[in-house]
Design a protein around this ligand. Structure first.
Ligand SMILES: Nc1ncnc2c1ncn2[C@@H]1O[C@H](COP(=O)(O)OP(=O)(O)OP(=O)(O)O)[C@@H](O)[C@H]1O
Length: 248
C-alpha cells in the first residue's frame, strides 16, 4: 500500500458541509521526521484538514492513514490523541493558576486526577522529562512562575511543552506565532525545528517571515485542495498562489 513508510497519508479526501465542499479531493503525504508548513487564504480548508486528521470531522470520501497502516477514519478524537497525534489550537489554554512546572506535570500524567498528580512524588524519569521539556520550550528559568505571569509567546511555548509531555509522533500546530513579538516568532521557528528532529510537525501559519525561517516544504491549500507544493520560493512564485493568497 502507498501509505507504507509515511507518517501521515491523505489521499482523495473530501468533506462537504450542507453541500459546500470544504475539502475537495485533498492529498497530502508527510514522512516520519518531516515538518511541513501549510499556507493558504481564509476558508482554504486548513482547519478542516486538521479536524479530519484528529477525528473531529469525518471525511465523506478518501483515505487517511497514520504511521503507515493505521486508518484514522476508524478512530474517534480521544483514540487518535492516544495514537500519538497532538494538536495545538491557536489560543493557548494553559492552567493560569498553576506553575509552569505543574502544567507540565499535569500534562505528563494523562488521565490521573489533578490532585493526585500534583501530590504524588515524581519519579526520576518524570523529573528528567520535565527538565528536558522545560529546556526545549525555553522556560527552565521560569519553572516556578505562575503560568498567568508568562507572556503570550511563553504561554504558547508552555502549551507546546504540554503536548510534548504526551510524546506525540505528530504535532499539529495552528498559527503558533499570531500575536507574538518578532523575537518570540524567531525563537518559535528555532524551537519547532528542534522538536521536528524527533517527531513530525504540521504547522498552519499566515506569517510568511516565520514560514521562511522554518525552512521546510510548503503546501498551499485553496478551495479544499492542494494548489502548490514545494520550497517556499517555488510556491510563492506560483502565479495562482500569488493571485489567491500572497498578492492580496
Ligand atoms: N462545521 C462547518 N459547517 C459549515 N461550514 C464549515 C464548517 N467548517 C468549515 N466550514 C467551511 O469550510 C471552509 C473551510 O474552512 P476552514 O476553517 O477549514 O478554512 P481555513 O483554511 O482554516 O481558514 P482560516 O485561515 O480562516 O482559518 C470555509 O468556507 C468554512 O466556512
Amino acid at each position: 500500500m502507498k501509505a507504507q513508510n509515511t507518517l501521515l497519508y491523505l489521499d482523495g479526501v473530501s468533506v462537504s458541509f450542507d453541500g459546500f465542499r470544504a475539502i475537495n479531493n485533498l492529498s497530502l503525504v508527510l514522512q516520519a521526521g518531516e515538518m511541513r508548513a501549510i499556507i493558504g487564504p481564509n476558508g482554504a480548508g486548513k482547519t478542516t484538514m486538521m479536524d479530519i486528521i484528529t477525528g473531529k470531522t469525518r471525511p465523506d470520501a478518501g483515505d487517511v492513514y497514520f504511521n503507515g497502516d493505521v486508518d484514522l477514519t476508524k478512530y474517534d478524537e480521544a483514540e487518535i490523541a492516544l495514537l500519538g497525534i497532538g494538536r495545538k489550537f491557536q489560543k493557548p489554554t494553559v492552567f493560569e493558576s498553576h506553575t509552569v512546572e505543574d502544567n507540565l506535570v499535569l500534562a505528563l500524567s494523562g488521565p490521573r486526577s489533578a490532585f493526585s498528580t500534583l501530590f504524588h512524588r515524581q519519579s526520576r524519569d518524570e523529573a528528567e522529562r520535565i527538565d528536558d521539556i522545560l529546556y526545549t520550550i525555553r522556560l527552565s528559568e521560569k519553572r516556578d512562575w505562575l503560568a498567568a505571569n508568562l507572556s503570550h509567546g511563553q504561554k504558547q511555548w508552555l502549551e507546546i511543552g504540554m503536548l510534548l509531555a504526551q510524546d506525540p509522533k505528530l504535532l499539529l500546530v495552528d498559527e503558533p506565532v499570531a500575536g507574538m513579538t518578532d523575537a518570540e516568532t524567531a525563537e518559535t521557528a528555532k524551537l519547532l525545528r528542534e522538536i521536528a528532529k524527533t517527531r513530525s510537525v504540521l504547522v498552519v501559519e499566515h506569517d510568511m517571515h516565520f514560514v521562511r525561517e522554518l525552512d521546510v516544504k510548503v503546501t498551499c491549500l485553496h478551495e479544499g485542495t492542494v494548489l502548490a507544493e514545494g520550497s517556499l520560493d517555488f510556491v510563492s512564485n506560483d502565479q495562482r498562489v500569488i493571485e489567491v493568497y500572497l498578492g492580496r
